[in-house]
Design a protein around this ligand. Structure first.
Ligand code: RVP
Length: 501
């Protein structure tokens, strides 16, 4: 006979945290959001081989995690999992770009040739959002430097037709440049000494290596939590599938990937066990998460198969229609609570702590705190990150509002059928995700800082200075639907509706 769960499953919106005692030292400045990502022998006093400084990862999705997102999130202390629904070469190239990015040194593929026109400069400025464009002899990223053109060199509202870049640019002979190998602080000294806004860094053949911008040096100073490897490169993750991992994994490792995850809508499967086993036997150093699962049995299966972390969630993603299409899934809060219990039992039995990640379904910032309080070591978000400037998708105006595009990996647009693949040839692919717009939310740095600030404040209300302490001390209550409506402004006419939740 089928198994029936006695209780309905619940999601984050149905819970609240009841504050605990806040002592005098329980202040936001003392809170640490550091959290483990990879399994470790906790009983033996070991540390996880990989920690994050904030408990956020960006989803393995075309519309969320590319190299630009990965750099931006690593600056904040989290990890992006670069999407796997692209060729092995393209994905490995994205990983390599993150690993070769030197904070403060920018390499742009969007350069221009001296014989191109100002109209083309304007189009490039509009496309890239950069106000300074390097001019190289052949227009390539590392071509011989011919000059620099910025939007201050001509009137963008009166662009003379057919004018050549060479007539308006600052030519090479008049540029202040730095030599390859210059440190960021020396580059910054040159920028200030010569009152320029940017410094092209060139090699001995006068070919462009990178650019340093005045604003980047300043911003570099504002990332105290940036997540770096032992060689001071940004940490980056990547999604893999259960079909081509024997080719994809070595390419990603070669590119310098720090952590991978099997990306599947349903991970309690023979294919995930086999993939984990094959990968760990061939590349013992490789770190691979697995999922998604929604119960204790699924967790134990993947933990025993060697998963370095386990991802939780089926059907709760904002763009996900799996529950409608196939009728599988579980409320994200219930799934997280049950898997967290299973993680703790597994630790008691084996001494091994396998971190768990609550994936999808975060709508309000406080849902992040709830997911952590319910036992998640970290969280994966798609919709949240898609809204920022740094996501790979177009920013558009729809009905007078700025939006960004956001589509599911199971949508016709992404065509990531591997994520839903059950092996064999039978059956037709059908959509498990939608293509959508999400409200535009500005810079990732501002958004993430605001969200983490809320998480930290709530932790203080619960008397917790660390995520494990929150998990131990949190008092979590289910609430009625009227309690939920009491929680937002009610019985008043709100004047300012811009409060960011
Ligand atoms: P959300 O943050 O609620 O937007 O959810 C993102 C998560 O949704 C992803 O990390 C993934 O687990 C899941 N997803 C991605 N594509 C689809 C789909 O097309 N159904 N679902």
């Amino acid at each position: 006979m089928a198994y029936f769960y006695e209780e309905p499953s619940h999601t984050f919106g149905e819970y609240l945290l009841v504050p605990g005692y806040t002592s005098a030292d329980c202040i936001p400045d003392n809170v640490s959001l550091r959290t483990p990502v990879v399994r470790f022998n906790k009983k033996a006093g070991e540390q996880s081989p990989l920690y994050m400084n904030i408990p956020l990862t960006s989803a393995v999705m075309q519309s969320v995690s590319d190299d630009k997102m990965a750099i931006s999130l690593a600056k904040e202390g989290g990890i992006s999992f670069i999407y796997g629904s692209q060729t092995i070469q393209d994905q490995a190239a994205m990983v390599a770009r993150v690993k070769s990015y030197k904070a403060g040194f920018v390499t742009s593929d969007s350069n221009i040739r001296p014989d191109q026109t100002l109209e083309e400069v304007v189009a490039l400025i509009e496309k890239t959002g950069h106000s300074t464009i390097a001019v190289t002899e052949d227009g390539s990223a590392h071509g011989k430097l011919a000059g620099i053109i910025t939007e201050r060199d001509f009137r963008i509202d009166h662009v003379p037709a057919n004018s050549k870049v060479s007539e308006y640019m600052t030519p090479f002979k008049d540029l202040i440049t730095g030599q390859d190998g210059i440190s960021l602080s020396d580059a910054n000294d040159l920028i200030w000494a010569h009152k320029v806004n940017q410094l092209p860094v060139i090699d001995k053949n006068n070919c462009l290596v990178s650019m340093v911008f005045r604003k980047d040096f300043d911003s570099h100073q504002t990332y105290p939590k940036e997540l770096l490897d032992s060689q001071h490169r940004y940490i980056v993750g990547a999604g893999i599938n259960t079909r081509d991992y024997m080719e994809r994994v070595p390419a990603l490792l070669e590119a310098g990937v720090d952590i991978m995850t099997l990306d599947s809508s349903e991970g309690f499967s023979e294919w995930q066990r086999k993939a984990l086993n094959d990968i760990h036997s061939k590349w013992p150093e490789a770190k691979v998460g697995a999922g998604n699962v929604v119960d204790a049995e699924g967790f134990r299966f993947l933990a025993e198969a060697g998963a370095d972390f386990v991802k939780i969630g089926i059907g709760g993603g904002s763009i996900c229609i799996t529950r409608e299409q196939k009728g599988i899934g579980r409320g994200q809060a219930t799934a997280t609570i049950e898997v967290a219990k299973a993680r703790d039992e597994y630790y008691k039995e084996t001494g091994i702590y396998v971190p768990i990640c609550s994936d999808g379904g975060i709508v309000h910032d406080y849902h992040m705190t709830l997911a952590l309080a319910m036992g998640a070591d970290f969280i994966m978000l798609g919709r949240y990150f898609a809204r920022f400037d740094e996501s790979p998708t177009n920013k558009l105006i729809v009905n007078g509002n700025y939006v960004k595009e956001y589509w599911g990996e199971g949508s016709n647009r992404a065509r990531n059928w591997q994520r839903y693949d059950l092996g064999g040839k039978k059956g037709m692919a059908f959509e498990e995700g939608v293509d959508s717009y999400v409200p535009y939310a500005g810079h990732l740095h501002d958004g993430v800082n605001m969200s983490m600030s809320k998480v930290i404040h709530t932790m203080c209300n619960c008397g917790a200075l660390t995520i494990p302490e929150l998990q131990e001390k949190a008092k979590i209550t289910l609430v009625s639907s009227t309690t939920i409506s009491e929680g937002s402004a009610h019985d008043v006419v709100v004047k300012n509706t811009s409060i960011n939740s």
